[in-house]
Design a protein around this ligand. Structure first.
Ligand SMILES: [Zn+2]
Length: 103
C-alpha cells in the first residue's frame, strides 16, 4: 500500500534536490536506449509532484539529470533521423562519393 503523503513529500524533495551524481556511461546508455518510465500502472506516479515517481527517482539522482537525459535523448533521436535521411539519399548522389564534398 502506498503512502500518498509520503510519496508527495519524497517527490518534492527529489525535485528540489541538487546533490547527486550519475556516471556518464549510464546517462549515455539511457539516452541511446531510452528510459522506460514506469512499466504499467504506477501508483507512485499518480501521487508524485510533476510525475516524479519512484521509478524516475530511482534511476536519476536529481531532476537535473532527468532533464539532461531528456535533452540527450532528443539529440540522439534527431541524429538517428538524420542518419536515416543520409543513408536514404546516399544512392542519389552519383557524381561525387568522395569525402569532403560540399552540400
Ligand atoms: Zn513510476
Amino acid at each position: 500500500m502506498i503512502d500518498i503523503k509520503k510519496e508527495k513529500e519524497l517527490a518534492i524533495a527529489w525535485l528540489e534536490n541538487q546533490e547527486g551524481t550519475m556516471d556518464d556511461e549510464t546517462l549515455v546508455y539511457l539516452s541511446i536506449n531510452g528510459y522506460e518510465e514506469c512499466a504499467g500502472f504506477c501508483a507512485s506516479r499518480e501521487y508524485s509532484e510533476d510525475h516524479a515517481c519512484r521509478c524516475r527517482r530511482q534511476t536519476f539522482p536529481t531532476n537535473k539529470h532527468y532533464e539532461l537525459y531528456l535533452d540527450l535523448r532528443q539529440i540522439y533521436q534527431e541524429w538517428t533521423k538524420l542518419a536515416v535521411i543520409a543513408s536514404a539519399t546516399e544512392g542519389n548522389d552519383s557524381e561525387s562519393s568522395e569525402t569532403g564534398e560540399t552540400q
